[in-house]
Design a protein around this ligand. Structure first.
Ligand code: SF4
Ligand code: SF4
Length: 139
């Protein structure tokens, strides 16, 4: 009988603890948001880093970003006049952004990096201003 009383008391204690925690949780204000049901983009902090973006008008394929990238996330394709970024390799260190003499690199506000096929995270930026790219590179 004594054992049964002990068990009942334990259950009661657990019940009171659980309900008091539940009450506290229900009373508090939300500290997270219902993502992705609610738009999160407007409340991104200013310094948030999304996927690396290349200004294809500014880039002159000088390769400096490729040289400084510690994770080999950037590749320059001179034949196809493009700069290729592998977002699965990028660790958002900013080295390339700081180094780029043309100020062609920046972090976008695109950050949703979940997909079934990682091939989509290899992105090719075709350099648009080819004449400028060749001219400024030769200087
Ligand atoms: S101009 Fe900037 S983005 Fe283009 S290759 Fe040079 S360092 Fe990289
Ligand atoms: S942010 Fe860093 S890791 Fe990502 S591409 Fe630039 S240099 Fe490479």
């Amino acid at each position: 009988m004594g054992f049964l009383c002990q068990e009942v008391n334990k259950i009661k204690e657990l019940y009171y603890k659980t309900t008091s925690i539940l009450k506290l949780m229900l009373a508090r204000k939300d500290i997270t948001i219902l993502y992705p049901s609610l738009p999160v983009r407007p409340i991104l902090p200013k310094r948030a880093k999304g996927f690396l973006s290349v200004d294809t008008y500014r880039c002159n394929l000088c390769e400096k970003c490729k040289e400084v990238c510690p994770s080999s996330a950037i590749d320059i394709d001179e034949n196809n006049i493009s700069i290729n970024v592998d977002y699965t390799m990028c660790m958002y260190c900013s080295y390339c952004v700081i180094t780029c003499p043309q100020k062609a690199l920046s972090f976008s506000d695109e950050f949703e990096g979940a997909a079934k096929n990682k091939k989509i995270f290899k992105y090719k930026f075709n350099i648009i201003n080819i004449v400028k790219a060749v001219n400024t590179k030769e200087k």
